[in-house]
Each structure stands twice: as structure tokens, then as C-alpha cells.
Design a protein around this ligand. Structure first.
Ligand code: EPU
Length: 336
């Protein structure tokens, strides 16, 4: 636990943006974290670095939170409670659960990032959101150094949203997440997107959690860029939800537009489709670009700056707004 000076953050964020941290410290335990909080309050926390776009050098102390460890807390007849510390790599944790035959997280396979950030944006994919399995979240209050345990309800989860992105933004550091998973009689979600088609191709009629995970890993790998090869932060924007009247108007001119019905008066339109229709898919501006297989993902081909990616994002927002009258909300955390 030693403060280092002038560290490049390029390898600490999946976008691969090269900004400088004037002061940088790695934290490996809750004890270290609590002792740091006695001395320093103005912190910039980085863990998996998978949901942020860094626009400039960081003047405050950068804390690389790397607390590892998984504990099986309690097993019941059909359920198991497992806690994972925030620095555990998300996908490795999902694979560990599948190895133990613990069900619930398999649809969230291959999402970049660490366990500690999964509740912040309530990660979701292929019909499942992490809120469905989160039992509790343990976090340390920055101002007081006190530990607080949040129940699932207290996290106030929504679509790519939670209390940690709103009222409590910047106030708590998540150290541990407790999950309630199934030990048997797993609930298999295989109807979303291409999962069923991949399982059918492999003649799997009664998929296990491992089969679902493998299918999703294959689908994601074919559509989404691997941050180790091309810098990115997954979906850059949220899928917008619009009122029925707006939806019907757009649909009239675009009968093949994909959509999800949220309720009788609200429809979710894939931002990827809106961006592709505006002509941005596969476009490259210097080292900033829009992924060729999934227009919702902005990419850094090597040496793009945060501002170059951000400028591209704003250009996309303007174009989608002018073409469809829909404001696109950025999902990634922009760090000014
Ligand atoms: N589409 C296009 N063009 C594109 C991309 C998508 O027309 O360039 C269309 C697809 O053909 C499909 C629809 O849009 O009909 C939806 O596409 P997809 O299934 O790829 O999912 P998404 O809505 O674009 C969301 C999540 C992803 C998650 C996938 C799969 C958000 C913001 N994104 O994307 O999450 O992996 O569903 O469940 O909700 C992430 O948050 O980082 C992320 C990758």
C-alpha cells in the first residue's frame, strides 16, 4: 500500500485511454481501504475500469481497488449464498459459479469488468439482470469509513441503474456483493436473442447452465469486440424507451425496426439499430470508431483520446436526435 506517482491509466480502463494519474495506490483489502480513508477522502476509484471514459488526467488520488476472494456463506436445500469481493474478475466469477453448478449468472457470461461494479449499473444481458440474483451489497462510506450493508431493495435497481449511480454516487465504495444462486432446479433463460438458435445448432434440447453460458460466450465473441484487442466499454448508450405515439410514427417509416414492448404505452428501441440506420456502423474517425458488428459499441483502435471518443458520441447523439427525434442517453460513466 504505497502511493505511486505519474502512472498511465491505459491498462486500467478497458477503453485503453492513456491519461495520467498524478497519484495512484493499489488497495488489496478492506483493512487497507479503511486505513486509507482515515487519511484521504478525495478519491477516484477504479476497479475493472470497464464502464468509464476518461477525458483528462486525474489530479485526485486514483485508488485501484483490487480486493479478491469468494466465500460460500450458506447453503440451503435449493439455494446457495455466495459472496465475492469487488476485485474478482466478473467472467471468472461466473465461470467459477458454473463449475460449482450454481445457477443464475450464466446469461451474464463474458461481460467485462469486476464484481464490484456489477451492482452500480445493474449489468444485464440476454434477458437477465444481475439484480435478479443480488442478495446484498456491502460498501464503505467514504466520509465516515463505516461499513453499510444494502439489501437488494435498498440498491433501488433499474435498467442499467441503481442508487450507486444516483443519490449515493461517489459516496460509497463497494467491497463485497452477496448473490443468491440456485443449487439445483436451475431456471434456464434460453429464449432471448440467438441463444435458442445456437443450442439447436448443437442439438441441445435440455440445456444446462454451462450450455447456456457457452452459447452466450460464442454469441458475444462474434458480435462484441474483446477489450484486450480493441478498446471499448460495451454498450456506450442505453436503449431508449419511447412513448407509443413516437414509436408508431417511427415504425410507419421503418416497418422492420426491431423493438421490445415495455408496457402498453412504452417501447424500447435498440440504440444499435438507430445508430446503424444513421449510417455510423463501422465508421472510423482517426482511432475512434463505431464497431462493425454492433453499432452500440464505440471503440478505440489504439491511441484515441477520451475526447475523440466523446466527440464521436456527441455526433451520434445529434444525428439520432435529428433523424428520429430521440435523445440517446450515454450509459458509460464520463470522467471529466
Ligand atoms: N441492432 C442493429 N444494429 C446494430 C446493433 C443491433 O440493428 O448495430 C439490432 C439487432 O439486430 C437486434 C437489436 O438491435 O434486433 C438488439 O441488438 P442486441 O441483441 O445486440 O442487443 P442490444 O439491445 O443492442 C443489449 C445490451 C447489451 C447486451 C445485449 C444482449 C443495453 C444498453 N445493451 O444490447 O449489453 O449484451 O442487449 O442482451 O441494454 C452492455 O451493456 O455493455 C452490453 C453489451
Amino acid at each position: 500500500m504505497k502511493i505511486q506517482h505519474n502512472i498511465s491509466l491505459k491498462q486500467y480502463n478497458t477503453f485503453g485511454i492513456d491519461v495520467n494519474a498524478e497519484r495512484f495506490i493499489e488497495i488489496n483489502s478492506v483493512i487497507e481501504l479503511k486505513s486509507l480513508l482515515k487519511k484521504e477522502k478525495d478519491l477516484f476509484i477504479i476497479s475493472g475500469g470497464s464502464n468509464m471514459l476518461l477525458l483528462s488526467d486525474i489530479k485526485t488520488l486514483v485508488v485501484f481497488l483490487n480486493i479478491e476472494g469468494i466465500i460460500i456463506q450458506e447453503t440451503q436445500e435449493n439455494d446457495v449464498f455466495v459472496t465475492a469481493n469487488s476485485g474478482e474478475n466478473w467472467h471468472d466469477f461466473v465461470l467459477w459459479c458454473i463449475d460449482q453448478n450454481y445457477g443464475g449468472l450464466e446469461n451474464l457470461s463474458l461481460i467485462p469488468g469486476n464484481v464490484g461494479s456489477c451492482p452500480i449499473q445493474n449489468i444485464g444481458a440476454y434477458g437477465v439482470e444481475v439484480k435478479d440474483t443480488i442478495h446484498q451489497v456491502t460498501a464503505i462510506e467514504i466520509n465516515t469509513g463505516k461499513t453499510r450493508v444494502f439489501s437488494n431493495q435498498e440498491c433501488d435497481f433499474g435498467y442499467r441503474n441503481s442508487i450507486f449511480k444516483n443519490e449515493l454516487k461517489g459516496k460509497y465504495i463497494i467491497t463485497t456483493v452477496a448473490f443468491k444462486l440456485t443449487k439445483s432446479e436451475h431456471i434456464i433463460y434460453d429464449s432471448y436473442g440467438a441463444i435458442r438458435a445456437v443450442l439447436d445448432e448443437n442439438s441441445i434440447t435440455e440445456p444446462t447452465i454451462s450450455d447456456v453460458s457457452k452459447a452466450i460466450v460464442g454469441i458475444r465473441a462474434s458480435k462484441l469486440p474483446d477489450p484486450k484487442q480493441i478498446g471499448n466499454s460495451g454498450s456506450f448508450f442505453k436503449n431508449p424507451v419511447v412513448k407509443k405515439i413516437v414509436f408508431e410514427q417511427i415504425q410507419r417509416n421503418n416497418p422492420t425496426m426491431p423493438f421490445y414492448k415495455v408496457n402498453d404505452d412504452a417501447f424500447k428501441i435498440p440504440a444499435g439499430w438507430l445508430i446503424e440506420t444513421c449510417g455510423f456502423k463501422g465508421k472510423r474517425y482517426g482511432d475512434a470508431g463505431v464497431h462493425k458488428n454492433q453499432a452500440l459499441v464505440l471503440v478505440n483502435f489504439g491511441n484515441a483520446t477520451g475526447n475523440e471518443i466523446y466527440t464521436l458520441a456527441q455526433k451520434i447523439q445529434t444525428s439520432v436526435s435529428e433523424t428520429f427525434g430521440i435523445p440517446l442517453e450515454i450509459e458509460v460513466n464520463i470522467v471529466h
